[in-house]
Design a protein around this ligand. Structure first.
Ligand code: CA
Length: 238
């Protein structure tokens, strides 16, 4: 039997939650490998080479952050990791994202949103792993087009005239499309350093970008802001 289904390593210690998520994923045609401790997660990770990891942080033997660091640092793996946690504090999200998590879903969550995050994460990972930037150094997302070589941004046929800094922010977010980027990771990527006023500076630039894109208040656009955490370029409408 040829099995082309994506393998998801689900690390969650609460049996009922694990069963609900596993069923949800299996119904959506993913293959699910389950682990209920950090130790077991490490074994499963090495034996099954999953395509994506869904990771609860509150585990009985060790903190889920330990497994996150094991995958990123010891295994040097870029496999997408979606952190699933009841911890809703901004600092926890920022910490997990800065340690290399691709996304963060806070319990309780809706099935539809959770599945959308998985699809988006898998698609963006495949995109960056196999294709890198699109042929000709271009990025496409719905009406948005970025020409990396010419450093130009278009919405449909209209060119958006951005400053160097604004362009760098948009390009950086597009290169990590679908990933929630923390303020500090964007600041480091764009300015190379951060200081007291950096987040404010980033927000001011983002407001300018939004205005130049012609986005009206309350309107959905390509970039979402999670207050206190960071920005994400949306790979899929949620
Ligand atoms: Ca738990």
């Amino acid at each position: 039997m040829v099995n082309n289904r994506y393998k998801i390593l689900l690390v969650e210690d609460e049996a009922n939650i694990r069963t609900i998520i596993a069923t949800l994923l299996e119904t959506s045609d993913y293959q699910v490998i389950q682990a209920d401790t950090c130790i077991m997660a490490k074994t499963m990770f090495s034996s099954y080479q999953p395509d994506v990891i869904v990771l609860d942080l509150g585990l009985p033997d060790m903190d889920g952050m330990h497994f996150l660091e094991f995958v990123r640092k010891e295994q040097q793996s870029l496999i997408p990791i979606i952190v699933l946690s009841a911890r809703a504090a901004d600092q926890d999200k920022v910490e997990a994202l800065d340690a290399g998590a691709n996304d963060y879903v806070t319990k309780p969550f809706s099935s539809a949103e959770f599945l959308a995050r998985i699809r988006m994460t898998l698609r963006n990972y495949r995109h960056s792993a196999e294709e890198g930037r699109l042929p000709g150094g271009k990025f496409h997302l719905k009406d948005l087009k970025i020409d990396y070589d010419a450093r130009q941004v278009f919405i449909g046929e209209r060119e958006i005239h951005l400053s160097q800094t604004e362009y760098n922010i948009v390009a950086l977010l597009s290169e990590h499309c679908g990933k929630m980027m923390t303020y500090s990771s964007i600041i480091k990527g764009v300015w190379g350093y951060s200081n007291e006023g950096s987040t404010k500076k980033l927000q001011v630039n983002m407001a300018n970008i939004r205005r130049k894109f012609g986005v009206k208040p309350g309107e959905n656009w390509y970039i979402t802001n999670e207050l206190g955490v960071g920005y994400r370029m949306n790979g899929e409408r949620e």
